[in-house]
Design a protein around this ligand. Sequence first.
Ligand SMILES: Nc1nc2c(ncn2[C@@H]2O[C@H](COP(=O)(O)OP(=O)(O)OP(=O)(O)O)[C@@H](O)[C@H]2O)c(=O)[nH]1
Ligand SMILES: [Mg+2]
Length: 476
Amino acid sequence: MALSDQQNHDQPLKIIEIAEEEKDGKTVHELKLNEENLKKIMLHPDVANNAVMIVAIAGALRKGKSFLLDFFIKYLEAQMSANWLGDDDEIKGFQWRNGTAIVTYGIQIWSKPFIFENKDGKKVAVLLMDTQGIFDCRSTKQDGANIFTLSCLISSVQIYNLMHQLQADDLENLEFFTEFVKTVKRCSDITADGRSRIMLLIRDWGCPEEFSYGDEGGSRYVDMQLEIEENQPEQQKKIRRTLKEGVLDLTGYLLPYPGKAVATEKLYRCLVKDVDKDFLHFVKILVSNIFSKKNMATKQMNGADVRGKEMVDYIEKFVSVLNDGKCPSLETTVEVIAEKGRQLGITEALALYNSQMQQCLDKSEVSMKKLEEYHQKFKKHAFDSMEKYPRIIVAEHEVECFINLGNKIDDAYKSYQSQTTEAKEKIRKEKRIEFVKTYIVPISIAGSAIIFNYFPVIACTTATIGVFSWGISKYF
Ligand SMILES: Nc1nc2c(ncn2[C@@H]2O[C@H](COP(=O)(O)OP(=O)(O)OP(=O)(O)O)[C@@H](O)[C@H]2O)c(=O)[nH]1
Ligand SMILES: [Mg+2]
């Protein structure tokens, strides 16, 4: 058994758990977000402003998911060097164990991000994510579906971990996600969102003569499974047709049996040398394939890379959508992404307006008239930027979205107005008038009263005020 490392600081952090809640006298299961852990990971200085690539593993319980992820940690820790795996290395990280008792609960992410450059030289924060086994008898079918869907929605690479072979209902689990990706594409003209990678990973593959271990045999096997046959039920034919449309980047990988020591013995510590050589060989090919520069796919939503700080929001919203309905509708899920796209577009357009206004104000003193001209010009730039911002466009929210941006720009404009020379002069003038009203006028009244010995005070006061008012207006 390899428990999470006590000495090492890095550890799996639970971001989601399945909580039981009492609602209207009924016990319901809900995804519960651990915001503190999520922010710890996504707002880490190396993650917050970098594009994120989450590599996730999901599938039935007790099938070696966490065990496999621990090889990924090792590979990434070694900076993908050629000699990343030594015989005496221990396989540890995400907790794994022999036996029937479930080990992983909820969704966990390895606390340490791994930073690499993709083929375009862009920094990518790679995160590893482990999930609770689906189809576990304690949780409901809905819990499993929620975990699987959330994992698909936020990961760039989803490894669907299967034992021995691919079965009909395994494909059904992919249907929602496929339909979701199709809806996103239908709702927007986004072409930049790369196809989501789903790898069907078959463990303990038993027919290497027919389909060889690794990716070549795996992809042939998946293609064969997607073939539509006359005698299949209509539902199965439909799923296969959808999956064959190529919306997802669906690949296969076949892994050999890891050996008796790993699979059956009650190990409390597992070293690399305890694992079958064949298994290790194909794990090495697997990791170099998943993390190759060419395959280093960042998560894209609304046509742009999702950075850590945005991922927090997406995850929060997806969780509430999943908790809201019995089954998330495609439209609601797409709307959540679209809403975030609008928010990001507005933030960027407003930042553009502010930077252009500030540049002009920094250069020289600006009159109110000139400022108004700048405002109109840069407001238009901001609107153009919003129009071009890559995002899912939902027609009914467009007008409201531009009004919102316009209001924010107008508010900013008010604060710029107060920075002009004219505005400053106006403020000075108002202060002087205030001074006259507070001190000069009462003193004059008192003076008049003394000079004319209270005779007729009212008349003199009125005259004095008149004279002073005239003087003030002349002077200022
Ligand atoms: N047969 C077989 N056993 C494996 C394989 N990989 C790991 N195991 C063993 O399977 C057992 C469960 O491993 P875990 O990694 O804890 O499995 P898991 O899917 O994460 O389990 P849960 O988190 O409880 O759903 C351990 O004894 C592992 O050594 C494999 O490829 N084949
Ligand atoms: Mg596990």
